[in-house]
Design a protein around this ligand. Structure first.
Ligand code: AMP
Ligand code: MG
Length: 321
């Protein structure tokens, strides 16, 4: 097993069963705090706020959760009434007018595809289906099924009309899946809601997609630790974040097993196969959306493309890094 390290980008390579956890190292018991945890987007969501005005913090946390629930309704692939489900039903046949929000997230997803040479790709949905992530099944797909699904996969199959705010898929079987970016997007929007409610310090954590707003009480920043998946309780690295986000993509929490072998839920859109070899990738950036998309992309790209990571990092780097 190899551990590779770069500025604000960490890749763990190897195989086996590992336990991973991100945890906060400071500030949880200081100041006037409000902390609430709910289940959202199929994972745990925790929002913490620190403010001298407790009522304001309670209101802010409630509104931030409301915003995330709204986003889940728009982007859920499991809800057949979501906007994404409607797009998937219609856009392969004809143009569909969509909300500005769905249009812009699609546009930005295509941007992340371009800068990762197609490693991140929201059109991975047909592959997620045949590998059994949508309707769970326990058999390997045929090579022919994979080849067939691959014909409809590829971000270049998405045609956008920014004047009409419409989407059209150039292949009738193309479908989109925002699973690799929607959590980060929701975290950014929740953080915006906290800020618009006058909150200066807080944390939003949706399944390892974290935005650290301001600083921990009495500290200069938020210190967020990444636990070593090889050694429970041991810290691998800690990030000192202020108004920045962190996201981890891993294969130890979401995966499926066929014949005793683990398959990751992150699929290489170029080969149609689940990615293997890397345990987790953690990315820190100025937005949770960017960190989410790029941690998924880098999980696919693997360490062979390490020179490329610098390029991605460069494009997203904050002025202070
Ligand atoms: P994450 O946990 O953020 O790395 O995202 C994984 C989720 O993104 C999966 O459950 C799929 O819904 C979706 N996904 C899988 N492979 C890809 C890919 N290559 N590009 C974009 N999204 C993907
Ligand atoms: Mg992601």
């Amino acid at each position: 097993m190899i551990f590779k390290k770069q500025p604000h980008l960490f890749i763990l390579k190897g195989c086996g069963i590992f336990y991973f956890l991100i945890f906060f190292l400071a500030g949880c018991s200081q100041g006037l705090s409000v902390k609430e945890t709910r289940i959202l987007m199929d994972t745990f969501c925790e929002i913490s706020c620190y403010s001298p005005d407790r009522d304001k913090a309670v209101r802010a946390v409630g509104e931030a959760f409301k915003e995330m629930q709204r986003i889940e309704k728009v982007f859920s692939k499991f809800d057949e009434n979501s906007e994404v489900s409607k797009i998937n039903k219609i856009a392969g046949l004809e143009n569909i007018k969509v909300s500005g929000e769905a249009f812009r997230l699609t546009e930005r997803s295509i941007y992340y595809s371009r800068i990762s040479d197609g490693a991140f790709d929201v059109t991975v949905a047909p592959l997620m289906e045949i590998w059994g992530f949508v309707r769970k099944h326990k058999s390997m797909p045929d090579k022919d099924d994979i080849e067939n699904a691959l014909k409809s996969v590829g971000y270049k199959n998405i045609e956008l009309d920014s004047k009409k705010l419409s989407i059209r898929f150039l292949n009738k079987d193309t479908k989109i899946d925002f699973g690799g970016i929607a959590k980060g997007y929701a975290v950014d929007r929740a953080k915006d809601v906290l800020v618009s409610n006058g909150i200066k310090n807080g944390l939003v954590n949706l399944g390892g997609n974290i935005f650290a707003l301001g600083n921990a009480p009495g500290k200069k920043n938020w210190k967020i630790g990444v636990q070593d998946p090889r050694k429970k309780g041991k810290l691998l690295y800690s990030f000192e974040l202020t108004d920045r986000a962190i996201s981890t993509s891993g294969n130890y929490e979401r995966f499926f097993e066929i014949g005793g072998k683990r398959y990751s839920h992150i699929i290489n859109p170029l080969t149609g196969e689940p990615c293997q070899g890397i345990i987790s990738v953690t990315v820190a950036l100025d937005s949770a959306e960017g960190a989410d998309a790029l941690s998924t992309a880098i999980f696919v790209m693997g360490e062979k493309k390490r020179p490329y990571f610098g390029k991605i990092y460069q494009r997203h780097k904050d002025s202070d890094t």
